[in-house]
Design a protein around this ligand. Structure first.
Ligand code: TXA
Ligand code: MG
Length: 475
């Protein structure tokens, strides 16, 4: 099919409507298997079944919600399907994908070399490396270093790096030539239902076009991938808002390869993980070699230039907005932009946005959030956390305010958003805010950073903002 002619359908699914769900934990309180008795008369169920069928049989990937960000999924055992992901996203082929599972049973089956998933093509050669496979049926094929992490954090925003077994059923495109792969069990019931129904492990990167901010709502996916995919399952806004923490427990000491919702302190509290180190580039390690291949690419970038202010820096004055705009908006020399300047400002914890009546200021205390609707912050992890997410109110959106600023004879349209003040709300809203300001046609976005030493969610937010930003302003 000609990709430019593809029709993209957004299929709403209310997780409360799909039927009766019984998650059966195994002895460690892990999600051993998921029993779904689908309610056959509900149209939402038809949408899940359609998407599951496409996952299993089509080479065009399907977008679906997870608790972190929307994923773009394909059957991880079929090369043609996995290639469809790279094609739709225009993603570089050396950036490997995370494989999503609906149960430990499914992961263990993949790690066993004699495993052939239902409906998968028989392979003549595997990607075949490494020491991960066990032929002893009694031995758990999941390396023991990961057991305490899985029992605490799955299903949830944690990706573990595993050795790819000999004769692995994974398509080679999933691992991009590495002898390892990333595995995760998402905490979103629609994601679990879809994977379980498809009956195959699902390779899924974030469902944005390559280099763009990750999508935290179905409309973000549609904006980037309209005409490139057929189906987006719309399960509402994502709960966490930044991608999973990626950890490598096969290296000594264990490493965090990408910061996310699970903190290094939480990891260090687990047996065998006491000495966990940071294996990604943070502000003090510019120039070191990234260990998660995807971390070297330009990422999370809206069309506008992003100017990132370190936490505790004074907000830009109206005049600074104008002069910085002139420096960075990169309009052709001589073009008169005095009547069409548009800039965006994203305030998080301490910027007080007083552009219309006076100068903006830096508050001593965290500011009060200006968001639409409330969303409880739930700290519950794993299995309990997943069931809790079913009862949450919708995720709040930052409120977009617009003013006209005048300086000399030029005017600048200022679009401001306030997220926070809680780090959890900032994480949930940051990608959506960058996207919304982009849609408003701003040329430059000024962002108030947060203190990355505060915790892992803050570190994850700053890690993504540093990658999005072209210009960083130190305090
Ligand atoms: O929350 C998430 O993880 C989301 C949702 C959809 O599950 N997925 C996601 O996937 O963020 P993606 O493809 O955008 O990011 C995958 C990250 C990249 O940084 C990649 O380099 C790293 O995981 N990764 C994947 N396989 C790896 C491996 N074998 N070794 C090291 N890093 C790996
Ligand atoms: Mg991504």
């Amino acid at each position: 099919m000609n990709e430019s002619k593809m029709q993209t359908a957004i299929l709403p699914v209310d997780v409360q409507n799909i039927g009766t769900v019984r998650a059966i934990p195994c002895k460690d309180d892990l999600l051993d298997s998921l029993c779904l008795e689908f309610d056959a008369d509900n149209p939402d169920v038809a949408n899940i079944l359609l998407a599951a069928d496409q996952l299993k049989h089509s080479d065009v990937p399907v977008a679906f919600p997870t608790e972190t960000v929307y994923g773009l999924g394909a059957d991880a055992t079929r090369s043609a399907a996995v290639k469809g992901i790279y094609k739709a996203k225009q993603r570089p082929a050396d950036n490997p994908l995370i494989v999503h599972f609906a149960s430990l049973k499914q992961l263990r089956a993949l790690l066993r070399p004699d495993y052939v998933p239902q409906g998968a093509m028989q392979k003549t050669s595997g990607v075949a490396q490494s020491n991960g496979a066990h032929s002893n049926e009694d031995e758990d094929p999941i390396p023991s270093i990961y057991h305490p992490l899985i029992s605490r954090f799955w299903p949830g925003p944690l990706t573990i790096i595993l050795p790819n077994p000999l004769n692995s059923p994974l398509a080679p495109e999933v691992t991009a030539g590495l002898n390892t792969f990333g595995a995760r069990m998402p905490r979103h019931l629609l994601a679990l239902a879809l994977i379980q129904r498809a009956g195959v492990p699902v390779a899924a990167p974030s469902a944005n076009a390559s280099t763009k901010p990750s999508p935290t709502a179905a409309e973000h996916v549609a904006y980037d991938l309209d005409g490139r995919i057929e189906t987006i399952i719309d399960g509402g806004p994502c709960d966490v808002g930044v991608e999973s923490t990626v950890v490598d427990g096969m290296s000594t000491p264990p490493l965090v390869l990408r910061p996310g919702g699970i903190s290094i302190e939480q990891l260090r509290a687990c047996p065998g993980w006491e000495d966990t180190r940071i294996g990604y580039k943070n502000s003090s390690e510019e120039g070191s070699k990234p260990k998660a291949p995807g971390m070297k690419y330009r990422h999370y970038s809206p069309k506008a230039k992003v100017v990132l202010y370190e936490a505790g820096t004074q907000p830009p004055s109206g005049q600074t907005l104008g002069t910085t705009y002139a420096m960075y908006a990169l309009h052709p020399p001589g073009e008169d932009t005095s009547s069409s300047r548009r800039v965006g400002v994203i305030a998080t914890k301490r910027w007080v946005m007083d552009y219309s009546s006076g100068a903006p200021t830096l508050s001593d205390q965290p500011t009060t959030a200006q968001t639409n609707g409330a969303h409880p912050d739930h700290g519950a992890l794993g299995f309990a956390g997943m069931l809790e997410t079913l009862h949450n109110a919708p995720t709040p959106k930052g409120v977009l305010k617009s003013h006209q600023l005048h300086s000399g004879d030029s005017a600048t349209r200022l679009l401001e958003m306030t997220l926070g003040p809680s780090t959890v709300s900032i994480a949930r809203g940051i990608f959506a805010a960058l996207r919304e300001l982009d849609r408003e046609g701003v040329d430059v976005i000024f962002v108030e950073g947060i203190d990355e030493n505060e915790g892992e969610t803050a570190a994850a937010v700053m890690n993504r903002l540093r990658k999005a930003a072209e210009i960083k302003i130190a305090s």
